[in-house]
Design a binder for this molecule. Structure first.
Ligand code: HEC
Length: 371
C-alpha cells in the first residue's frame, strides 16, 4: 500500500510540475502538446547554487534581493536605535559613534576626528553594503574589540531597510546592486509576461514539491524574486541535486480550465472523461465521456459534444484554444488507460490548463489511483 501511494505521489508530481520523465513518452505527451514551439522556453544557466547544509540555506534571501525590496523610510525609522550614538545628516557631528552621512563607499574608520578602536582601524577598504550588513548584524562578531556597544540587528528585512537608508545618505547615492536574476527577468521580457519559471534538473522529479516551480509571474520584479526563491528552496530541500538552470517559459494566455481523467465504469471498464473544470464543472456539469482507444478525430468529436465548445473554438474574437494540444492530451490519457489496464483505478487531471492555440496544455494538478 505504501508503495502504491508513493507511486501516486510520483505520478501526480510528474503531471503537476510538467516534467518530462525520461523514457515515458505517454506522460510527456499529456503534458505538453508536441507542437509547443521550442523557442518558447529558455534555460538560464545557474552558475552556482548554494548547496551548503540546510541551516545555511535556510538563512535569509540574498542581500541584493532584500535590498531591492527594502524601504529607506522604514530604515530611517529603525535607525532611531542608532541615533543616541550616531548622527545621520549631512555635516553631522561625531557623537559616541562616528558621523554616518556618506558612510557607504567611505573608507572604514575614516570619519574625521573620531577615535576608532583598533579593531575598526585594522579593517581595510571601504564600506560596502555587504560589509555594513555583516557589521551591523553582529558588530562584535565582525569586528571583535569594536567600541560599538550595540547588539546588532538580526531581522534581515529590517537590516536591509537600514542599509538602503544608509545608502541614501549621500548627495549622489550609488545604485543598489542588481540581483543577478536580472537575466531571468530579461528573458521573461523577451517573451512578454506572464511567464513561468521551473528548475532544470534531471535529479529532481518533484519539482513543485521542492519549491522549484513558479507560475504566472507578471513582471520583472516578480521573476527576480521567484528566481531567488526557487534557487534557495531547491538548494535547501535537495542540496545534492545537480541544477542545470532555471527554465523560463511563457504562460501564454491564462488558459481555459478543463478536467481530463479516467474513471472505471463497472460495465465498460476504463472511460475517458473530459470537460470544463474550475467553477464551470460545478455549474454546468459539462463533461463528455469516451471509451478508449480514442483517436484524435474521436477526441475532437468529444470536445464538440460539450456545451462549452465555443469557449475552446474562440468566442467573440478571442483566440481559439489549443484544441490540437487538448486532443493529443485526450489521446495520451486514453493510451495510458489502455496500457495500464486494470492497474489504473482512476486518473484525475484537474485543472488541465488549455492555453491559446500553439501554446499547449499543462496539467496543473493531478491525482492517480493505482491498484
Ligand atoms: C551605543 C552607541 C552605538 C549605537 C547604538 C550604534 N552605534 Fe554604530 N558605532 C558606535 C561606535 C562607538 C562606533 C565606532 C566603533 C569602533 O571604533 O570600533 C560605531 C561605528 C559604526 C559604524 C562604522 C562607521 C565608520 O566610520 O567606519 C557604522 C557603519 C555604524 N556604527 C552603524 C550603526 C548603526 C546603523 C546603528 C544602529 C542600527 C548603530 N551603529 C548603533 C556606537 C554605536
Amino acid at each position: 500500500m505504501a508503495a502504491s501511494l508513493e507511486t501516486n505521489k510520483a505520478l501526480a508530481a510528474l503531471l503537476t510540475a510538467g516534467i518530462i520523465a525520461s523514457g515515458s513518452g505517454v506522460i510527456s505527451r499529456i503534458l505538453y502538446h508536441p507542437s509547443m514551439p521550442e523557442e518558447n522556453a529558455y534555460v538560464i544557466e545557474v552558475a552556482e547554487v548554494e548547496t551548503g547544509d540546510g541551516e545555511a540555506a535556510e538563512a535569509a534571501a540574498p542581500l541584493p534581493v532584500l535590498l531591492a525590496a527594502a524601504s529607506p523610510e522604514e530604515g530611517e525609522g529603525v535607525a532611531r536605535k542608532c541615533a543616541a550614538c550616531h548622527s545621520f545628516e549631512q555635516g553631522g557631528e561625531n557623537k559616541i559613534g562616528p558621523a554616518l552621512w556618506g558612510v557607504v563607499g567611505r573608507d572604514i574608520a575614516a570619519a574625521e576626528g573620531f577615535a576608532y578602536s583598533d579593531a575598526l582601524l585594522a579593517k581595510e577598504g571601504e564600506w560596502t553594503l555587504e560589509g555594513l550588513n555583516a557589521f551591523i548584524q553582529n558588530p562584535r562578531g565582525w569586528a571583535p574589540g569594536t567600541k560599538m556597544a550595540f547588539a546588532g540587528i538580526q531581522n534581515p528585512e529590517e537590516l536591509a531597510d537600514v542599509l538602503v537608508y544608509l545608502n541614501s545618505l549621500a548627495e549622489e547615492p550609488a545604485p543598489l546592486p542588481e540581483p543577478s536574476a536580472e537575466e531571468a527577468a530579461a528573458a521573461a521580457e523577451h517573451f512578454g509576461f506572464p511567464v513561468a519559471l521551473k528548475i532544470e534538473s534531471t535529479q529532481i522529479t518533484h519539482k513543485s514539491d521542492v519549491g522549484g516551480v513558479a507560475l504566472n509571474l507578471t513582471g520583472p520584479a516578480e521573476v527576480d524574486a521567484a528566481f531567488r526563491r526557487i534557487k534557495t528552496a531547491v538548494a535547501t530541500k535537495t542540496p545534492r541535486a545537480e541544477i542545470s538552470g532555471v527554465l523560463v517559459q511563457p504562460m501564454a494566455a491564462e488558459g481555459i480550465e478543463m478536467i481530463l481523467g479516467i474513471k472505471r465504469d463497472p460495465l465498460f471498464g476504463p472511460v475517458i472523461v473530459c470537460g470544463f473544470g474550475g467553477i464551470l464543472v460545478e455549474l454546468l456539469k459539462d463533461v463528455a465521456i469516451g471509451i478508449p482507444p480514442i483517436s484524435p478525430e474521436r477526441a475532437l468529436e468529444l470536445l464538440k459534444e460539450l456545451r462549452g465548445w465555443p469557449l475552446l473554438a474562440g468566442l467573440r474574437g478571442k483566440p481559439p484554444a489549443d484544441v490540437d494540444g487538448l486532443c493529443a492530451a485526450i489521446v495520451s490519457v486514453s493510451n495510458l488507460a489502455m496500457s495500464l489496464g486494470e492497474q489504473l483505478l482512476a486518473l484525475d487531471i484537474n485543472p488541465l490548463l488549455v492555453h491559446e492555440n500553439n501554446y499547449g496544455v499543462v496539467a496543473v494538478d493531478a491525482l492517480v489511483q493505482i491498484a
